[in-house]
Each structure stands twice: as structure tokens, then as C-alpha cells.
Design a protein around this ligand. Structure first.
Ligand SMILES: *Cc1c(COP(=O)(O)O)cnc(C)c1O
Length: 498
């Protein structure tokens, strides 16, 4: 059955999957949503016998219905190959208490965004061919840290594409920054901004909707697309690993096909957990989707009160990829619980951008029953890293620790101790300062590379290649601008006269 995509904010014409991937965001500022959610294609028992790549094909073909089998299999083959340091792509690590960590950090940049961003460039260049696009595609991305490097790594030197990444100069870890500013590739530009992630994301969204700017690009032979987690080409590949995790549990006889599990996701922009929600809608036996926030707990407040309120101080935490006050992908859930009504959804989003808040109806709140939300303080996050290591000799990163800490709160509150999969979104080596300090209980003055070696000694895990590589790489990008100057920086990067 053909699946097409419409905007969360208006009743315009539906577009195909490849058009939605090319466009990123709908013209009205809304997000593309599938007109229907397909059901899982084969039995869970059969899926247990499939490789990651085969399962990826079986799941993705249902959403990307205008790609041919050959096209999609090509994209998957190019994406999930030796770039990953394990053949299983997304392994499960069992720990005490029926908790399984789904390790989504075995790609090039040792964080979960590799899962989608290693395939997006192929989905996108294929989409350009299918739609006879002649313009060069300009990937414009705002990053809170991990997306930037993962997008750069995915798009570097891909013919027919340029990539421009903006990151908060004072809001990412030293290793995250070094990873980005050492990026090679003639088509790459990396720029720091003096504001925070939301400033960067807001400015990027504005450029996408700026008709005058779009015309200038078009005259010069360029067009924007987005690699941000709002692109359905990011969302769909993320559904795969939840199905794969379930299939692995069946294969390893940890559960029987049909048993319901819980899934816990450390959440920022709401993309990863939305993919888990879509997996559940497809028929994956999931009980609760546990949404874990750090001290920027806007989602916890939303789940507990029905009011989304971004008017609050932005907190810099040890889990910077979750330091977000506007969770863009939540809009897709709002659309759904509003009865797939774009008019209602548009009103909420308008209220958010003008007044900084909106409150959903009681009826809509019933649609949130699949979710549980809570948050962890910085202190609780440190303690969780420490405790998980002491009990399991297993080191987790601060983002994953937020999820583990929230799971503990959920279990205490509800006494629901069923088997739970935690999305483990980054290697601890990417945030080694916070992790070493949590493990040892001491502040450290050493540089990040010394800390990587210490973490390796403490955990018995070798320093990943992604960290080794940047030890000696030269800085190739050192531009810093204020948020209002971002459009000028984009034109400049593309060689368009201002
Ligand atoms: C991006 C990111 C998250 C948050 O994922 P969303 O899809 O934005 O909710 C969590 N952890 C890490 C390490 C990330 O990079």
C-alpha cells in the first residue's frame, strides 16, 4: 500500500516519501507525517532470524513506498557496512534487573545519530535522481553536538551535496567540538554560534521558510534540505532498531514473541522516542514508552500537566544533546493525538511560537497513555553512572544514564519491573570527563584525551577509533558568528555574494 506524507499544519497535497525527504520541512513550517502507519510485515518469530540489513529493508520499504526494492537495498548496503565496528550494528547488552542496553553507538561518530545519518545521504541523493533535481542540495543543520558530526561524516564528499553545520560554541563537549572542526571534505562548512542550540535551530528553521533566501539559492543552483531529526529520512531508519532489539530478545530466548516490553529513551528533540512510538503503532509489543529528560525537563512537565511551556531558563548539563527546550518532533505526536487534525496542531504551534506555551485538551491527554515521563538531576545522573558500573562492570554515558535513572524512578513508582530496553545513545568515550568524574567521584583537570585513556583503563574497553583519530587532526573550521548573522554566513559559504 502506498504511504504518502502530509504536513502537520495544513491540508495541502500529499507528497511521496522521496519528496518529503528532499524537502525536509513542509512549506508551511509543519512536519511531514505518514498518511497511515503500516503494520509489521512478517511475524516477530521470522524477524528473529533476519540480519539488521534485511530487517531494515522489511521495515523501511513500508514507509518509503516510492523507492524500488533495488534502490532501497542499495541505500541500506551502503549505510550499514564496515563503518560500524560490529556486524550486528545495534547489539544488546544485558545487565541486572532485566535491563538491556541497546547500543546505538557503533557507527563512525560513536553516537546514535549515526544510525540514521549513515543512510540519509543515500536516501537523499537517490530521491534527487528520482525527482530529476539538478540543483546541488545544501544540507543546513543546527546541532546540539552529535547530529553535526554524524551529518558531516555522512555527507562529506557525497557528490551533488554541500553541508553547513551550526553548533553552540559554548554548549558542546570538547571532544564533540574537536570532532566537528577537524571534519575533512571539500563540501563541508562548520560554524560556531555565540547562542545556544535553540537559537541555532530557530535561525535554521527561519532560513528554510525565507522565500527571498530560497530564491537567491535557486538562482545560484542550490536548494536547501534538512538532515535534522525532523526529516522523515531520519525518523524511518530509527524505527528499525527497536524492531531489531525485540527480534534479538526473541532470538536469544529472553522473551517469547508477543511478550510486551518497556522501552526507555533519553530524549531531547523527541525523534528517537517517536520512532519507538511508531514501532509500537506498527504492532511491536510494547507496554510503556518511558521518556527520560535531564534538568531541561519541559517534556516531563508536559506529560504531567498537559501544558508545554518553553518559558524557562536553559540549563547546561552533562547530557548536552538533550539540552533542548523546544522538542521539534513532539509536533508529530501532537498532530496525532489531536485526531490527525492539522488545524488544531497549527494553533498549538502558533501559541508556542508567539506565547511560549500551549495546553492540550483532556481528551488529547488520553492519547498520551503510551508514555511515561520523568527526569534526572545532574546528581542523580552521576550516581546512576557510578551505580551501573559498580553493579554490572558496565560503563554508560550521561545521556544513557539519564534514561537508566528515570527507569529506576518508573519502576519504583509503578512496580512494573518487566524487561526493559534502554536506548543507549552515546559511547561513554564521547563524554569521558563527566563519566570519569562520576566513576571516581573526583573533578579532573586533565585533557579529554588523557581522560579517554583513563576511562579505557577503568572500564577495560579500548579507546574507540573515532576518538583516536582526532587526537592529532588539524582544526579546519574556526568561524564563529552571532545567531542573527547565520544567513550571511550561509550565503558566504556557498560563494553567493551578499
Ligand atoms: C540526539 C541525542 C539524544 C536525543 O535524541 P532525540 O531524538 O533528539 O530525542 C540523546 N542522546 C544522545 C547522545 C544524542 O545524540
Amino acid at each position: 500500500m502506498e504511504v504518502t506524507y502530509t504536513s502537520t499544519r495544513s491540508r495541502g497535497k500529499a507528497v511521496t516519501a522521496s519528496q518529503a525527504i528532499l524537502q525536509g520541512l513542509s512549506d508551511d513550517g509543519g512536519l511531514f507525517v505518514p498518511t497511515s502507519i503500516p503494520s509489521l510485515p512478517v511475524s516477530l518469530q521470522e524477524m528473529a532470524e533476519m540480519s539488521y540489513q534485511e530487517l531494515a529493508y522489511q521495515v523501511m520499504r513500508l514507509f518509503l513506498t516510492d523507492y524500488t526494492e533495488e534502490e532501497l537495498r542499495d541505500c541500506i548496503r551502503n549505510a550499514y557496512d564496515e563503518k560500524f565496528d560490529t556486524g550486528s550494528i545495534a547489539p544488546l547488552k544485558e545487565t541486572k534487573g532485566d535491563v538491556f542496553y541497546l547500543e546505538l553507538f557503533h557507527g563512525k561518530t560513536i553516537a546514535f545519530k549515526d544510525m540514521a545519518l549513515s543512510i540519509l545521504p543515500y536516501l537523499m541523493t537517490c530521491a534527487a535522481r528520482k525527482n530529476r533535481i539538478r540543483n546541488e542540495i545544501v544540507i543546513l543543520t543546527a546541532t546540539s553536538g552529535d547530529t553535526g558530526k554524524a551529518a558531516l561524516a555522512g555527507f562529506a564528499d557525497v557528490p551533488g551535496t554541500r553541508i553547513i553545520v551550526f553548533y553552540p560554541k559554548y554548549g558542546v563537549s570538547a571532544i564533540q567540538e574537536k570532532q566537528m572542526v577537524t571534519q575533512k571534505g571539500a563540501n563541508t562548512t562548520v560554524i560556531g554560534i555565540t547562542g545556544n542550540f535553540d537559537d541555532a535551530q530557530t535561525a535554521v528553521k527561519k532560513m528554510f521558510n525565507d522565500e527571498a533566501m530560497k530564491n537567491r539559492l535557486s538562482e545560484a543552483g542550490f536548494q536547501f534540505s534538512s538532515a535534522n531529526s525532523i526529516n522523515i529520512g531520519r525518523l524511518v531508519p530509527q524505527i528499525v532498531y527497536y524492531v531489531y532489539a525485540y527480534a534479538t530478545l526473541v532470538k536469544e530466548k529472553k522473551i517469547k514473541a508477543g511478550d510486551r516490553i518497556n522501552i526507555t529513551v533519553p530524549t531531547g528533540n523527541f525523534g528517537n522516542i517517536l520512532a519507538a512510538f511508531y514501532a509500537k503503532q506498527m504492532g511491536l509489543p510494547v507496554e510503556k514508552l518511558i521518556c527520560a529528560s535531564n534538568e531541561n525537563k519541559v517534556l516531563f512537565d508536559f506529560f504531567s500537566t498537559g501544558t508545554y511551556d518553553r518559558k524557562r531558563d536553559f540549563v547546561l548539563t552533562s547530557s548536552p544533546s538533550m539540552d533542548i527546550l523546544i522538542s521539534s518532533n513532539l509536533e508529530r505526536l501532537i498532530y496525532r493525538i489531536a485526531g490527525n487534525d492539522p488545524d488544531k496542531c497549527r494553533e498549538f504551534m502558533k501559541a508556542l511560537s508567539t506565547g511560549g506555551e500551549y495546553t492540550i485538551t483532556e481528551h488529547m491527554r488520553e492519547g498520551l497513555s503510551d508514555f511515561y515521563g520523568n527526569f534526572c538531576s545532574e546528581e542523580e545522573t552521576r550516581k546512576t553512572i557510578h551505580d551501573v558500573f559498580r553493579e554490572n562492570a558496565y560503563v554508560i554515558d550521561p545521556h544513557t544514564a539519564v534514561a537508566a535513572g528515570v527507569l529506576e524512578k518508573y519502576r519504583e513508582e509503578t512496580k512494573d519491573g518487566r524487561l526493559t530496553v534502554i536506548a543507549s545513545t552515546a559511547s561513554p568515550f564521547k563524554f569521558n570527563r563527566s563519566v570519569v568524574e562520576a566513576l571516581t567521584g573526583e573533578k579532573s583537570e586533565e585533557d579529554d584525551f588523557v581522560l579517554a585513556d583513563r576511562l579505557s583503563a577503568l572500564s577495560g574497553v579500548p579507546v574507540p577509533a573515532a576518538v583516536q583519530e582526532i587526537r592529532t587532526s588539524p582544526v579546519l573550521h574556526d568561524q564563529v558568528v552571532d545567531a542573527p548573522d547565520m544567513p550571511a554566513a550561509v550565503l558566504n559559504a556557498l560563494g553567493i555574494r551578499n
